[in-house]
Ligand binder design. Sequence first.
Ligand SMILES: Nc1nc2c(c(=O)[nH]1)N[C@H]1C(S)=C(S)[C@@H](COP(=O)(O)OP(=O)(O)OC[C@H]3O[C@@H](n4cnc5c(=O)[nH]c(N)nc54)[C@H](O)[C@@H]3O)O[C@H]1N2
Ligand SMILES: Nc1nc2c(c(=O)[nH]1)N[C@H]1C(S)=C(S)[C@@H](COP(=O)(O)OP(=O)(O)OC[C@H]3O[C@@H](n4cnc5c(=O)[nH]c(N)nc54)[C@H](O)[C@@H]3O)O[C@H]1N2
Ligand code: SF4
Ligand SMILES: [Mo]
Length: 694
Amino acid sequence: MNAPLEFARAVCPHDCPDTCALRVTVSDGRAVKVTGDPDHAPTQGVLCTKVSRYPERVHHEQRLTMPLKRVGPKGAGRFEPIGWDEALGYAAERLSEIARRAPEAILPYSYAGTMGLVQGESIAQRFFHKLGASRLDRTICSAAGMAGLKYTYGGSLGMHLEFFEESELILIWGANPITSSVHFWTRAQEAKRRGARLVAIDPYRSLTAEKCHQHIALRPGTDGAFALGMMNVLIAEDLIDHAYVAAHTVGFEALKRRAAAYSPARVAQTCGIDEAELVDLARLYGKTRKAAIRLNYGMQRVRGGGNATRAIACLPSLTGAWRDRAGGLLLSSSGWTPFDTAALQRPDLLPGWPSELPRIVNMNAIGDALLHEGDAAFGPKIEALVVYNSNPVAVAPDSARVAAGFAREDLFTIVLEHFQTDTADYADLVLPATTQLEHFDVHRSYGHTYVMVNRPAIAPIGQARPNTEIFRGLAQRMGLDEPALFDSDEAIGRSAFRWEDPALQGIDWARLNEQGWAKLNLPDAPFAEGGFRTPSGKCEFASTLLEREGMDPLPDYVPPYESADGSPELAARYPLAMISPPARHFLNSTFVNIDSLRESEREPRLDIHPADAAIRRIGDGDMVRIRNDRGAFLARARVSDRAREGVVVGLSIWWKKLAPDGCNANQVTSQALTDLGGSATFYDCLVEVERSNV
Ligand SMILES: Nc1nc2c(c(=O)[nH]1)N[C@H]1C(S)=C(S)[C@@H](COP(=O)(O)OP(=O)(O)OC[C@H]3O[C@@H](n4cnc5c(=O)[nH]c(N)nc54)[C@H](O)[C@@H]3O)O[C@H]1N2
Ligand SMILES: Nc1nc2c(c(=O)[nH]1)N[C@H]1C(S)=C(S)[C@@H](COP(=O)(O)OP(=O)(O)OC[C@H]3O[C@@H](n4cnc5c(=O)[nH]c(N)nc54)[C@H](O)[C@@H]3O)O[C@H]1N2
Ligand code: SF4
Ligand SMILES: [Mo]
């Protein structure tokens, strides 16, 4: 007889807009099966391939199960197991010594390995705040787009996922949902079955673009020009909803003058497309009532990402598409959750709060920051780094500099991880962390409008501990006596939400814990009657805040740093624009070490257009070297017109140590920041490609 089966409710923790509700089958203390909750409307009972293999990751034989102390040189990956007591003692001693002298010499580095609000930035932030450590600007992914939304709508607010299936036209813009948001794709396909037209706007014929009715393959980083060109046509042909514009927007006259400079002929040239593609799309968009835009972050990883997001976000307000629940735009819905950052992270624990705060380091420039000797402008040299929920040696741009920084013998590095990643190889101390199936957490989502609770399904594997427990342990060993550092995970989870907010009316903590998820109370068509969260309460074509900050209040086209427009000299030496969007079977660098998923992606590859390949005498299947002034990496060429001419595509993010040359695409990406939000510019990257004899 088999042991009786139990089911536990969980939430997918990964950085994915879908935030699925999971059901975990547990047998003899092991997670044996993970399925999607059929009752949770966004999940619809279905998971992506990666997470349906979750037990393989959780019970992987290479899970870190004990604290490890470095014994070899930095980066060599040689460690010996030690007990928790010794590990915490060692960490506390080193961190205390630095904190007494120069607290800002300690830097946390974390991102969204888990999207959980408790195992993400709760006790961890409180701990670093109490120490007075440097603050980290967490901008590696979405900061430009979020800034664009904030200036235009007043927050990360958009359409509900569910109503896309009623749309008549969907622009899938800088988004590849078959890979990165499969539950949105289900809705888009349903809309297609009902007669909707799907249009992809993407330099690459992605898995998604090939399944749309139309694909507009513009040059990377030219979306701002494209959107201003659409406005130019909408205004010239009077496809504007004047009543909506008058009642719910500000700055139309100024925007009209700006858009006048973006004639379809000029835009077509900038974007490298046919004029008719732009004009026809603008007309169709202006004439369709239920016109929806699924914008995603792929279009904002370039210098002009913030302005481009602003320009695109203006479109549904110009045509009044917001009037219908199946019209409007969705980039992120995370702002709908009444979320209490201050209660979770306790910025009031910072020394000098609220006026004189420790310095802030932009995570995208971690390479430069670690290599900085320290001076009056920068502040003290970084002496200690604590990494959790992230794998910067693989994912951060300009990787040669990142690795050089991590290799500093005088840097004390702690890494909290599930696996021995590229980053963990450089640690002085590796601390084993629990996975989502082993700890408690609460979630909001950036792709739907539910709040969720994740209860542990199984006991921790080996000696793994939740991030929160690890930081509580450190705080205790360092003799920090602030009570907020010792709150329980449940208490923290409960404090993550502003319960008095109308969006949470009727949802109570006990029921949420039992059921696992609850839908926020929100209107179906959020901006049908205005109600934007900007200072004016309107959709701000001309932004009050940008004006106050002394910046251009209107959206404009900002050319990529690395393009013929932005830097002709560089473009002459490195004529190909490289983008490195996610591979379907990985989630950023997570899952790369899961054999069955890595086998699906096979090896690092580079898609190159036949014309670009021919002049370089590159054949399909050749090993190629992709290089620029920052570095080089190897990949197997796929000669195909999936990549438009002038663009090469290297799906990512490989673990360096699992790639043939120990390098990945971030060897060539840059630390430069976007126009708004200080975001990363991974897709603003010129390279040359040549056949390699390796
Ligand atoms: N399977 C899988 N799912 C994921 C992830 C993963 O790694 N794997 N990552 C997760 C994370 S952290 C995020 S942020 C999201 C990312 O997912 P998305 O937000 O969809 O962004 P990307 O995948 O970076 O890019 C989407 C598309 O934009 C295109 N693109 C690149 N540059 C430009 C441009 O300048 N203009 C336009 N219009 N398009 C451009 C790319 O070719 C790509 O097809 O996905 C999440 N989901
Ligand atoms: N070239 C290129 N580079 C990119 C991108 C790209 O498109 N191209 N995309 C960028 C984007 S959008 C993003 S969001 C970043 C993502 O960068 P990261 O946020 O660093 O994401 P991951 O690579 O998935 O690494 C997350 C790590 O956290 C660990 N982890 C997960 N859960 C927990 C936990 O509960 N506790 C602890 N201690 N650890 C945990 C996982 O094991 C994993 O190793 O990468 C960026 N880098
Ligand atoms: S990665 Fe995304 S699609 Fe896959 S289970 Fe998690 S939330 Fe769902
Ligand atoms: Mo991301």
